[in-house]
Write a protein that binds this ligand. Structure first.
Ligand code: NAD
Ligand code: IPM
Ligand code: MN
Length: 354
């Protein structure tokens, strides 16, 4: 098949991990006889430096015409002055809104070797297989903001429609898994959470074969560490999902392992690791590329419908997690390039064996 993929390297380790994702996709194209074209565009701090805009018009145009988008990460100390008029992260948020990708899918699967690096005891993390559906285009991230010399505000607003579509997505996904949805909110305090909870309860009536439980976000942060294996699909609003998914990544051994897919819009889906631009390790080939490579596998599956190809990438990553030297975040000494090469070699070896 033919597919045009927009690549947004961004800042910090973004370009390092994005090129790892592209290298794996190129290898998959060769092995399975597909024609993928890759077009790089500017986003974030890089785009501010070059065009004065974190999501310039030429990037917007390319995004609207793409079949799928692979993103590294944006941001960094250079652009982080709290009084800066424009920020890299605004480019990321504008892209999500432009593409209407309201459902951010963040799966968490544990591999025995890397789970051993988790600060949690092995008996706590045994059997963990969960997926977060994080609402991505609403809530406090997108509400009106004000700032004066004396105070500042961020408005948090959710419509019934915004809640309903993401909760439905979570229930539909749960039907393909262990049929359990945990909806996370702060309904004991927030009006938006009370609306969220009532919509989730109403939607649940359409899925009688799926169990729904409600969980307050503060105790959820605790339960994620004490009984993570009890969860299947977790659905929550934008900011709670941002925070809980970084927390959950620790169960797998490293933030650098977690992939994501942002889907649900009329056009292209966006695939990116959940981590940021990691300024502390940028430019040293220390970045773990596996979160981005697993995001590329999600791209193959969700945007291109290439199930076998996605499984081939995931199997190669499993092989590397089992046998290869890994990056420093996972206790290894391998570079970003070496781990990427190991994934590509594992893909090739499997192809030759087949
Ligand atoms: P971060 O995720 O960039 O880094 C947190 C810690 O995890 C750091 O110690 C970093 O070295 C480590 N880490 C992250 N990814 C890694 C990888 N692939 N391999 C090995 N180690 C990895 O979070 P931060 O430091 O709070 O934020 C830095 C910048 O990134 C900020 O400007 C923030 O806004 C931005 N950010 C961007 C995205 C995105 O583009 N999607 C996501 C999160 C944060
Ligand atoms: C993420 C990031 C972004 C978010 C920031 C950089 C705007 O943390 O993708 O998880 O909060 O959504
Ligand atoms: Mn985040």
């Amino acid at each position: 098949m033919k597919a045009s993929i927009v690549v947004l390297p961004g800042d910090g380790i973004g370009p390092e991990v994005a090129s790892a994702g592209v290298a794996v996709l190129r290898q998959i194209a060769t092995r399975f006889g597909h024609e993928f074209t890759f077009a790089e565009h500017a986003i974030g701090g890089d785009a501010i430096d070059r065009f004065g805009d974190p999501l310039p018009p030429q990037t917007r145009e390319a995004l609207l015409a793409a079949d799928a988008v692979l993103l590294g990460a944006v941001g960094g100390p250079k652009w982080s002055d709290p009084n800066a008029p424009v920020r890299p992260e605004q480019g990321l948020l504008a892209m999500r809104k432009l593409l209407g990708v309201f459902a951010n899918v963040r799966p968490l699967k544990l591999h025995p070797r890397t789970a051993a690096l988790s600060p949690l005891k092995p008996e706590r993390t045994k059997g963990v297989d969960l997926v977060f559906i994080r609402e991505l285009t609403g809530g406090i991230y997108f509400g009106a903001k004000t700032r004066s010399e004396h105070d500042a505000t961020d408005e948090c607003r959710y419509s019934v429609e915004e809640i309903e579509r993401v909760v439905r997505h979570a229930f539909a996904l749960a039907r393909t898994r262990r049929r359990k949805v945990t909806s996370v909110d702060k309904a004991n305090v927030l009006e938006t959470s009370r609306l969220w909870r009532s919509v989730a309860t109403r939607v649940a009536a359409d899925f009688p074969d799926v169990a729904l439980e409600h969980q307050l976000v503060d105790s959820m942060a605790m339960h994620l560490l004490t009984r993570p294996a009890d969860y299947d699909v977790i659905v929550t609003e934008n900011m709670f999902g941002d925070i809980l998914t970084d927390e959950a990544s620790v169960l797998a051994g490293s933030l650098g392992l977690s992939p994501s897919a942002s889907i649900g819009g009329p056009g292209a889906g966006v695939y990116e690791p959940i981590h940021g631009s990691a300024p502390d390790i940028a430019g040293q080939s220390l970045a773990n590329p596996l979160g981005t490579i697993l995001s590329a596998a999600m791209l193959l599956r969700h945007s291109l419908g290439l199930t076998e190809e996605a499984a081939a990438v995931e199997a190669a990553v499993d092989h590397v997690l089992e046998h290869a030297d890994l990056t420093r975040d996972l206790g290894g000494t391998a570079t970003t390039h070496a781990v990427t090469r190991a994934v590509i070699e594992a893909c090739n070896a499997k192809a030759e064996a087949a």
